[in-house]
Structure formats: C-alpha cells, structure tokens
Write a protein that binds this ligand. Structure first.
Ligand SMILES: [Zn+2]
Length: 288
C-alpha cells in the first residue's frame, strides 16, 4: 500500500448554546458555546471531502413545524447563511459539485443538515448509524435528534455504507487502543473506525498528514477536549441522549487512553470550543 497524506481544515458551521453543566459535571450553570465543526479534507486523488456538514438553513426550515420545533427550542441554533458548509467551500473556490464524498459521522441533525447541498457527493457511513433510526416517525425522530427531511431522498442509492464485514487494515501502534479500521481509499490517508455509544455506528476518522502526524475526528464520542484529559463524564442528565451510556463510557475511556499515550494525535470532537479556538482560522471563524 502506498501511503498518501491528506490535509484537514476545520470549519465552524453554526453553533448552539448549552448550560455548561450539561457538558461537564461539577461546572457552573453557565451557557457554553457549542460549535458545529466540520472537517474539510483535501485528498490527493479524491479532491475535497467533507466529514459531516454542520447546520444549514434547511435545519431552520425543518424545525419550524411541530413536533420538530421542540428540537429548535431545546437547542437554539445560530447559522449564518454565509457560513453554511456549501458557502464556506464556495469562498474557497470549491463548488458543491466538486465534493465527491461526504463522510457522515452519524445522523444527528447537527451533523447532516447540509447533506442535500452536495448533489454529486457519495456518502460514507457505517450502516448501523442509519439503521439506528429505521422506522422512526417525526415525533420519535425529533426526540432523538434525527430529522429525516434533512436527508437526500436518494441517500442510500448514493451511499457507500460500511457493513460489519468491511475489510479492515491494521492501524499503527500509536493509534492504540484502536487496532484496526477501514482504509477508505486504500492509501492510508483516511481510516474509519467505529465509536459506538453516543449512537450505534458512529464513524471516527484518522486523517494522516504529510509529516506522518494524525488527526482523529471523533464527532460526539466526547464533547470537549477537557473531558478527555480529565476523563470526566457528561452530567447524568444527558444519559437519555446516548443510545448506550455504558458503551459511550467505554469508548470515552479508549479515547482518553489514546490521548494519554499518543498526545501527538490531535483528537477533534465536533463540538469543542477549545478546538474551534485553536484550529478554526480567525478570519474565517463565525463571529460569536
Ligand atoms: Zn450526536
């Protein structure tokens, strides 16, 4: 296998405000900014690839009627039309049709609200992630953070859905305790691993750079970098948000082990403001 590097840029595509104690136990009750981060990967042969899409105007439209409006009440969202994923790509000279792949970490609305903006893209996700919401009606979907109207009607026809028998490759020792993953394009640049617990089949992504270092995009497997350092769990009030809290804790422990052993691997949670401040270019960051 010839190894090729990829580059990763993080975009902020909307944000919400949450009480901080929801995210970390033992913190004061104060609003915490909760960005929706999107990975813009530049791959040497596949071109621009997105890891999730963040919010979009369609999220606001979909959450106008009941029962979906309840979602918007619980998590008030700010999304500037000029800061959607498709608009931020356009500002970089990348047309929506140039995006051939969107990697979907999982199907919560804040990760997939822009999927319909990429008409030429194929979608990569673990099959279990979509199956988790099979048969959900509007009310049950809303309660679970899943808005079917955000998904392209032909999603599955355009998908490369990864099943349990997907061939895997060994990851290098520094990625332990993560031992194997799906090498998405056969060049070692992007390797997907399952991070279950928050939802089934959540897709984490190792991105390998030219200098051999790696980023690890972990979506909602942990919410803040601080929680990884301190191994602090979210407030028990949030347990209902996880499909399996015990498995969520196991995945969080594995991430904390990786972070402690291999600090050179940059773990990137999707909603961490510390990561946003460090990694999202100020000129392009959304104003708070
Ligand atoms: Zn989520």
């Amino acid at each position: 296998m010839s190894e090729r590097p990829a580059t990763l840029e993080l975009l902020e595509v909307g944000h919400t405000l949450h009480p901080e104690h929801v995210v970390l136990q033992n913190r004061r009750f104060a609003p915490l900014r909760f960005p929706a981060l999107v990975g813009l990967i530049h791959h040497p042969t596949e071109g621009p690839i997105l890891y999730d899409t963040g919010y979009s105007q369609r999220f606001l439209e979909e959450t106008r009627p009941f029962p979906e409006r309840l979602y918007a009440w619980v998590t008030p969202v700010t999304i500037d039309p000029e800061r959607t994923a498709v608009a931020q790509l356009a500002a970089r000279g990348i047309r929506a049709r140039d995006v051939r792949w969107v990697l979907v970490s999982h199907f919560h609305a804040d990760h997939v609200a822009g999927l319909r903006d990429f008409p030429a893209a194929r979608f990569v996700y673990f099959r279990a992630a979509l199956a988790a919401f099979a048969g959900f009606g509007r009310a049950r979907g809303t309660a679970a953070g899943f808005l079917r109207g955000l998904l392209p009607p032909d999603l599955e026809a355009r998908a490369r859905a990864l099943g349990p028998r997907e061939p895997t490759v060994a990851l290098p020792p520094e990625c332990a305790p993560f031992g194997r993953g799906v090498d998405l394009f056969g060049d070692g640049a992007l390797v997907a691993v399952e991070l279950p617990g928050h939802v089934d089949g959540q897709l984490g992504l190792f991105v390998r750079h030219a200098d051999g270092t790696r980023d690890f995009l972990v979506a909602d497997a942990c919410w803040t970098s601080a929680s990884l350092r301190t191994r602090q769990l979210p407030h028990p009030i949030t347990r209902a948000l996880f499909s399996d809290y015990r498995v969520y804790r196991e995945t969080l422990e594995r991430l904390a082990d990786l972070a402690a052993r291999s600090p050179e691997i940059r773990v990137v949670p999707s909603h961490c403001d510390e990561v946003r401040l460090a990694r999202v270019s100020p000129a392009r960051a959304v104003r708070a």
